[in-house]
Design a protein around this ligand. Sequence first.
Ligand code: HEC
Ligand code: HEC
Ligand code: HEC
Length: 130
Amino acid sequence: MKNRNVIIGLAIFVVLITIPFWYGAGKESKAPELSLDTPAIQALDEKKCIEDTEFMRSNHMELLNDWKVQVVREGNRIYVAEDGKEYLMSLQNTCLECHSNKEEFCDACHDYSGVEPNCWTCHVEPEEVK
Ligand code: HEC
Ligand code: HEC
Ligand code: HEC
């Protein structure tokens, strides 16, 4: 009887410590495919975002938040990028003008990362343009 309990205990222990493995099984860990194939991006001479890609990847949330504060509190609508180019600080008319394939770009990455920005409860979700 005592031995049996030890074996059951061991079995449970083994299952518990391997849970992270079972969780990961079958899931792809590679990054999602992000499509840059939109009319506005096709039309660019230089396929570049507002700031460099690395910066955009890790800081677009803060950038958007700054934009919102600038527009709503400061009444300033023009953003001057590192390279001197000027952009209208607008989620719809700037970000989603180029990234008009929101589902295959923003959403693809957010779904993968488990992030759900609530912006589109107020901001109009543009019609997909691909
Ligand atoms: C003028 C067109 C344009 C505008 C405006 C623009 N983007 Fe981009 N964005 C691009 C292009 C082109 C790339 C790909 C650059 C590359 O491949 O290096 C990109 C890349 C990115 C990336 C990195 C993707 C990756 O590969 O990890 C993010 C995130 C991003 N953009 C978000 C935004 C957000 C948020 C806004 C608005 C604040 C915005 N973009 C505005 C054209 C634009
Ligand atoms: C390369 C992957 C990637 C792409 C592409 C991307 N995002 Fe994100 N985004 C993230 C990640 C990861 C987070 C969460 C970051 C965190 O919580 O620190 C995030 C967070 C955000 C947030 C903040 C959400 C919140 O509730 O705080 C906003 C807003 C946002 N993204 C907008 C956009 C928009 C708009 C686009 C498309 C133009 C876009 N993102 C494209 C990866 C991406
Ligand atoms: C409760 C409603 C609401 C939510 C949710 C919301 N916004 Fe806004 N946002 C507004 C309003 C209202 C304005 C002011 C519009 C104007 O003056 O052009 C604004 C303005 C902005 C602006 C500058 C103007 C423009 O046209 O884009 C940005 C950038 C912005 N919001 C980003 C975001 C992001 C990113 C999120 C999600 C993390 C978000 N907002 C969520 C209501 C909201």
